[in-house]
Design a protein around this ligand. Structure first.
Ligand code: WTA
Length: 649
């Protein structure tokens, strides 16, 4: 047991400390201080965690500050899949489990050893090649959490194709926007997916978007649900039929460290999602070293990250981080509450999971259903816990520590982003006394800094905007097709510093506390939803004149979506219309963006320049009274405020 100490902190047990990668505060500070004195030297040393065909970079790091372009290890040659599979097969892990697939139904299980996974990946690489995919081409992936998803990604990486995964919970417009932007030749999808015992259509959505003009010439379809679907002759092929014909061997392509590995679209403050581009070498070095530093994986353990591979967490910490280190990673198709509220714990008990990494939204949901769902299971195999995606508050942290971790497991509250590719701030759980709700320390090689609006550095205890000084290897290089946007979004607020978009403060011990987004990005159940994307969906309804979307606090999901809508003349408020508007967002953006509330309003608060004041709407939606709204003198029509407060739902 590691009880809370007199300062309310949780020291690691001696047993855990011994086995951790970084074992003491002194060791952390020694590594960290040295890494910050010379980050390039630190990162060059970290390149040893992967195998290179050649390390012939002229300069390990280049940085054109004017153009905001930077490179890591350019000229070095390697292959990501070779590092995740071939080298382990050569080094004795051929018969070790790489991926444990646990389907939604308990008896739906597949275990892929490193040898078997390599075999499947080589074959699918050949399928992609047979469809004309070459190095540098993009492949769009819209798949549920089935083994074909990681197989597709590793096959792309093997032949140098750039994968772009669209989360299976997105609906047609969201998929379309993400697919057309990166002009893929091939799309990989499935006939459907299972979720909470229901069959969900996927191929119908793909057919719908491919009716429009796109670059896709081949769609490979995985048979998952056996649903009746429409296959278009000449374009659509079945995964299993292609795999049956595919040759067995496929050599990995020699890639430059700076060659793109994948694009991943994320919502921003405008309606258009941004395709963040990650590279092969820098990304893998970041994924591999952060996985090692944070999770303290030991050979033979089972590691389980409950994210979906459609998000960055799944990319880096289901797939590339664990596999690059030869770990056994569990991928789970299901949800926490199906067939019953103890599904996670039943899976953890069954597979004797050692490391469990999930999101605060899942923890809050599980906590609400009652402790007995957890305590009825033997979770003694679990040695450490992780959290990601949103701030976890101290109460929820303590509950997670006590009930899931049995009071003995340290928790890594890991902070990072789609853009950063890998974890940047997290306690090194073997070294530090944990503070509930603090993400604590930057990883070696990472130098965060918090500035006030006036760009002076915050003192201990003051909150401000979180930046990272200098690029690091796993940071995205650009936004696909829009480098200007990349510069404007991340590098303009404080030239030479990467702007994270998060608020934070640091305490007297140098520990970081993350405070959530400071822009118009809403975090619903830890998923980033751009307010602008939801607004665009609402505005496309014939009745809607204008819409403004803000977050409100939600007990389970962290934040929920509150929408203010003004109607065009001739349309009347009704329950039916509100339902139509909610459905509109579900159909266009996806079920994850379902608004919790629709408030029909006569007008929205605007500045003289016509900008909607979301700051005020946030407060109104959150229940603030008029005198709590702050300065409203810049509004064109301050009268609108009373009406909005009165109409609050
Ligand atoms: C938030 C997910 C507090 C943050 C890996 C960030 C967090 C956004 C934490 C990125 C954490 C992530 N504590 N907030 N431990 N982890 N966030 O791109 O607002 O889906 O900017 O990447 O999630 O979300 P994304």
């Amino acid at each position: 047991m590691t009880p809370e100490n007199s300062k309310g902190q949780y020291p690691p047990s001696d047993e855990y400390r011994k086995y951790a990668f970084i074992k003491s505060e002194e060791e952390y500070y020694r590594i960290y201080d040295e890494s910050i004195k010379d980050p390039v030297a630190y990162w060059v040393k970290q390149t040893d965690c992967i195998d290179w065909f050649s390390k012939d970079w002229k300069e390990a790091f280049t940085w054109d500050k004017k153009e905001n372009k930077f490179t890591w290890f350019k000229g070095g040659k390697m292959n990501v899949t070779y590092n995740c599979l071939d080298r382990h097969v050569k080094n004795g892990l051929k018969n070790t489990a790489a991926i444990i697939f646990q389907g939604e139904e308990d008896d739906d299980v597949k275990v892929y050893t490193y040898g078997q996974l390599l075999h499947e990946v080589e074959k699918f690489s050949n399928v992609l090649k047979s469809k004309g995919v070459k190095k540098g081409d993009r492949v769009a992936v819209y798949l549920p959490m089935v083994p074909e998803l990681p197989i597709t990604l590793l096959a792309c990486a093997r032949i140098g194709a750039v994968h772009s995964v669209v989360f299976a919970g997105f609906s047609s417009d969201s998929v379309y926007n993400r697919v057309v932007d990166c002009t893929p030749k091939v799309m990989v999808t499935s006939d459907g997916s299972y979720r909470g015992g229901k069959k969900i259509d996927m191929k119908g959505k793909v057919n719908e978007i491919l009716e429009k003009d796109t670059s896709v010439t081949t769609v490979v379809v995985v048979k998952r649900t056996g649903s009746d679907i429409v296959m278009e002759e000449g374009r659509d092929v079945w995964w299993h039929e292609e795999m049956a014909k595919a040759p067995i061997r496929c050599e990995p392509e020699v890639m430059d460290a700076e060659d793109p590995l994948f694009l991943l679209y994320t919502s921003g403050t405008t309606g258009k999602p941004k395709g963040l581009m990650h590279t092969s070498g820098g990304y893998l070095v970041g994924a591999c070293t952060s996985f090692r530093n944070v999770f303290n994986y030991a050979p033979g353990q089972v590691y389980w990250c409950t994210a979906d591979i459609g998000w960055i967490t799944g990319h880096t910490y289901i797939l590339y981080g664990p596999l690059s280190l030869g770990a056994t990673t569990l991928m789970f198709e299901g949800v926490p509450n199906y067939p019953e509220n103890d599904r996670f714990w039943q899976v953890a008990e069954k597979w004797k999971v050692d490391i469990f990494y999930t999101a605060p939204t899942a923890i809050r949901m599980i906590r609400k259903t009652g402790d007995e769902w957890i305590t009825r299971h033997d979770l003694s195999s679990i040695k450490m816990l992780g959290s990601v995606g949103e701030p976890i508050d101290a109460d929820v942290w303590k509950w997670y520590h006590k009930t899931v971790g049995g009071g003995r497991c340290p928790i890594a509250d890991t902070w990072w982003q789609t853009e950063t590719g890998s974890i940047l701030i997290s306690p090194m759980t073997g070294a530090f006394n944990l503070k509930p709700a603090s993400a604590m320390k930057p990883l070696p090689g990472i130098e965060p800094v918090i500035y006030k609006e006036d760009k002076t550095e915050c003192a201990a205890g003051e909150s401000g905007n979180l930046y990272i000084k200098k690029p690091f290897p796993s940071l995205a290089r650009t936004i696909w097709n829009d480098h200007e946007k990349f510069v404007e979004t991340y590098w303009t607020a404080f030239p030479g510093h990467y702007l994270t978009g998060d608020g934070a403060r640091v305490d007297e011990d140098g520990d970081y506390w993350l405070l959530g987004r400071v822009d118009d990005v809403i975090s619903v159940a830890g998923h980033r939803i751009g307010a602008a994307e939801v607004e665009a969906a609402l505005i496309s309804h014939p009745a809607v004149a204008e819409a403004a979307v803000v977050p409100i606090p939600d007990e389970i999901k962290g934040e929920a979506i509150y929408t203010f809508v003004t109607l065009k003349d001739g349309f009347e408020e009704s329950e039916d219309l509100k339902k139509q508007l909610i459905d509109q967002v579900r159909n266009i953006v996806g079920p994850i963006a379902t608004p919790k509330t629709v408030q029909i309003a006569n007008g929205l608060p605007k500045t003289r320049s016509g900008k909607i004041m979301r700051r005020l709407l946030r407060k109104i939606a959150g229940g603030s009274k008029k005198d709590e709204l702050g300065d409203t003198t810049t509004l064109i029509d301050p009268g609108v405020i009373d009406v909005l407060i009165k109409g609050r739902v």
